[in-house]
Design a protein around this ligand. Sequence first.
Ligand code: SF4
Length: 346
Amino acid sequence: MSKKRQILPFFLVQKGCPYACSYCKQEDISGKEACTPSDVQKALENDRSYDEVALYGGSFTCLPKEERFAFYEAIRPSIDAGKINGIRISTRPDAINESIVEELVKNHVKAVELGVQSMDDEVLFTNGRGHTKEDVRTAVNLLKTAPISIGLQMMTGLPRDTDELAIRTAKSLICLQPDFVRIYPVLVFGGTALARWYREGKYIPPTLEASVQLCAKLVMLFHQANIPIIRLGLHEEESMHEEGAYVAGPIHPAFGDLVEDTIFHKYFSRLLQSCEGQVTIRGPYDMIQHIAGHKGWVRKELEKGKCRIKLIQEQSETSTIDGSIQAVIHRDEIYREGDVNAFKSN
Ligand code: SF4
């Protein structure tokens, strides 16, 4: 199993961004105040080592040049001392050009995460993104000329987006071959255009169930293309629950688990449909947990048939089924053999 990367995150909280996307309320999403180069410098004044320092939650390459260099200089001593391997930034696709890429490489930026959100120009326009799908392709192609790993972030449930368009977005991102992706179902925060549209009845967010079903399809597509998903759903911050913050949308503390559970549920309900009596399933925690499901929902559903399921966690790479059917299941099969179209259409 690969070791989790140690990332020290800082949040720019919309700093440098000249836009106001329909859903953007970075202070509620991150629960942080915008950091400064001196905050970064202070946080690095210790002996701890990290793989990367990350500057998230804004558009780093839109910051004035002096400010970008102040961040580089705050981090440089730790890189020179071997405590940090590199820097990770997030930015907008239209804020990448040749000279920016050159600057990023010279200043130890090893990963760039681009907020793409959709590869449909109408969805991008409606949500005030201020860039096109072509800008995304141009940015990715430029970044691919450099030793920088590329992460692409997409959203689901934006106004004008549909399940079909979201699947097309995922397929377009796969064609761009990023090193990793993030998937975020959009949430409505107070003070945004989206909150106004919601209040005026012009925007109805998808339900949690619909969002989970769609994300299950997207996860399978990325998995089948061997593209890691490093985040699925927003991390629930306390600030989201402060008055006037979260308004609506498919929020759940275990959103990613619900999506994985759904994929496992589809696979095992097909596999076990003709089973009767007791079936014992042994396997590693990361499989057994989804065969049980969040608060046991998957097992309960599977047991609506004629079988009773006993789950045993053990150290192994695969799961084995023992009962009226016998099988050895590799985790990958669950994503690869599943049919994306088998999920409920919303
Ligand atoms: S580009 Fe990013 S930081 Fe700027 S408004 Fe949109 S979501 Fe917010």
